[in-house]
Design a protein around this ligand. Structure first.
Ligand SMILES: NC(=O)c1ccc[n+]([C@@H]2O[C@H](COP(=O)([O-])OP(=O)(O)OC[C@H]3O[C@@H](n4cnc5c(N)ncnc54)[C@H](OP(=O)(O)O)[C@@H]3O)[C@@H](O)[C@H]2O)c1
Length: 344
């Protein structure tokens, strides 16, 4: 098994002083990989040198992943304090008192006393079961974002932080439009925001906004999510790995386009959390951020290559009355004008 020294992996400092690795591993099996396979990959990844893991109760694999952590602790491969473990409250646990219960359930399943980063998975209470498909009609119970509802969830997150059950709290899948409403009401500001970012969807406006507000971006689907569930596939989706700019740079570095995505993310400053159950891929992803860096010219070429094309659109969460998935994202397309179109 290849070992990449965690000391060689770049680190990021969060707004509450926590220092975490600049790359982690995702654990959503995309409804394709069994929980045991994902857990085995987590164990392998710890052995390979990963110290940051993204998870969620919605991924349905926290019990298995918890066993992988315990095994790694027991075998002395790593100490609990050396890992940064992230998880999220699912959308069915937004009610009064529910967030505490959800956090307790994740702690029980993971076999931990605390998680390092606890996030709100989505900014509405619209939930689906694991493996859900897009249904014909909209669920009549689904609702759009509601500031009061969200702040009810965030107040509970702040309490969890006060109680020491998590070392920091964060958000996921919120836009600038939502952050502008939420941030002034926060007693404790989010330290991280987990959103989709990859070379075909770079979110430059959100990137700058988070930088200004000292919120660390965590990039989900950093490789363009080639194995995403059926429900997240639309006919005209951009295929990140087919971008000529990416292919050209991959050729120059004699590597897979996925590797360029990982390098680009770390050099730009968002924390990528690529998923893979294959040792050569996950170890390679970690190794790639310790060597053979992209040049300034290559970084600039990739910046200009942005397609402003969201891949994970969230159609499964749409409520009655919403026009389409763009409503979930407050039409942020208009804010994220791609570099190529700015001059037009
Ligand atoms: N907060 C949220 O709402 C949210 C939403 C989505 C995802 N996430 C998080 O983000 C993580 C990653 O996102 P994702 O799984 O959608 O997509 P991703 O990381 O962009 O893509 C994962 C796929 O890329 C392939 N791959 C990985 N490394 C590779 C390499 N070195 N060379 C070639 N292929 C490689 C693998 O395909 P093969 O299996 O075919 O090798 C893998 O299934 C998830 O696991 C989850 O933790 C969070």
């Amino acid at each position: 098994m290849e070992f990449i020294d965690p000391n060689l992996v770049p680190q990021r400092r969060l707004n509450n002083g926590m220092v975490i690795p600049a790359i982690g591993m995702g654990t959503f099996g995309n409804d394709k990989f069994e929980s045991d396979e994902v857990a085995e990959a987590v164990y392998g990844a710890i052995k390979a040198g990963y110290r940051l893991f993204d998870g969620a109760s919605a991924y349905g694999n926290e019990k298995e992943i918890g066993k992988a952590y315990q095994r790694a602790f027991k075998e002395g491969i790593v100490q609990r304090e050396e890992l940064t473990i992230m998880t999220k409250v699912w959308n069915n646990m937004h009610g009064k008192g529910d967030v505490l219960v959800a956090c307790a359930e994740s702690l029980r399943d993971l076999g931990l006393d605390y998680v390092d980063i606890y996030m709100v998975h989505w900014p509405f209470p619209n939930f689906h079961e694991k493996g859900a498909h897009l249904s014909e009609g909209r669920n009549p119970d689904y609702k759009p974002f509601d500031l009061e509802e969200y702040m009810g969830v965030w107040r509970q997150m702040e309490k969890l932080y006060d109680m020491g059950l998590c070392r920091c709290i964060g958000m996921s899948n919120v836009t600038i439009t939502k952050l502008e409403q939420i941030l002034p009401l926060c007693r404790i500001k989010p330290a991280v925001l987990e959103v989709e970012i990859n070379p075909s969807f770079q979110q430059p406006s959100l990137f700058d906004y988070c930088k200004k507000h000292d919120i660390q971006l965590i990039a989900f689907s950093p490789l363009g999510s080639p194995c995403r569930p059926e429900r997240d596939i639309m006919e005209d989706d951009v295929v990140t790995w087919e971008m000529p700019e990416l292919l050209e740079i991959a050729k120059a570095h004699n590597c897979h386009p996925a590797t360029v995505c990982v390098k680009w993310a770390v050099q730009r400053g968002q924390i990528p959390i690529p998923f893979s159950v294959y040792e050569n891929e996950y170890a390679g992803n970690l190794r790639s951020v310790t060597e053979d860096f992209l040049t300034d010219e290559e970084m600039e070429k990739l910046r200009k290559a942005d397609r402003n094309a969201r891949i994970i659109k969230g159609n499964v969460f749409l409520w009655e009355g919403a026009a389409d998935w763009r409503d979930i994202w407050d039409h942020d397309y208009e804010r994220n004008i791609p570099y190529n179109e700015q001059a037009k």
